[in-house]
Structures are given as C-alpha cells and as structure tokens.
Design a protein around this ligand. Sequence first.
Ligand code: F3S
Length: 101
Amino acid sequence: MPHVVTDSCTACRYTECVALCPVDCFHAAEDRLYIDPEACIDCAACVPVCPVKAIVDAFDLESRADELIALNRQRSRELPVIDSKTAALPTAEARRAALGY
Ligand code: F3S
C-alpha cells in the first residue's frame, strides 16, 4: 500500500517531506499536501522528517486506508507537484502544538 498524507498536515505544511521524495509524488494545496498513490514507491524516506507525523503507511490505517488513498489520489490529480521545500504556514507552530508535537 502507498503512503498517504493525513489531516495532521493541514495548517502545517512544513514541506520537509518533499525534498526527500525520489519520485516527486507530493502535490500541494494551499493548506496541506497529498501523495499521489500511483507515483509513491513506498520508500518511506519522508516519514521520519515530518514534524507532526502526518505521513503514514496506508497499511497501518486499517479501516481508513481506502478513504485516505482515494482522497490523496483525487487531490493529487487536481493539484500541482511540489518538489522543493517552502516556508511552513504561519499557523504551523500553533497547529503542531495542538497536535501534541
Ligand atoms: Fe505536511 Fe509533514 Fe510534509 S506537515 S508538508 S507532511 S513534512
């Protein structure tokens, strides 16, 4: 199963993840990122660098896997690829604290 970006990315968008992706599978919305599940090769290089643990292996999501893969697929088709780091959102630190990280 591919990796997916979860809602923990929303209002953070640290983009530490994109610099490590060897296949440029991240797509950017204004408030968060998504992973194209067809492009993701499951290398997991992005997982440890996310400050809010927003990227997970869909296999670990069990009942939510299909839903989150479909959401990431749909939004990836609508949004541009992001392949380099940008500044985190102004709300990132507050959101990170609210998530307990
Ligand atoms: Fe989002 Fe984490 Fe990447 S907050 S942009 S998944 S580093």
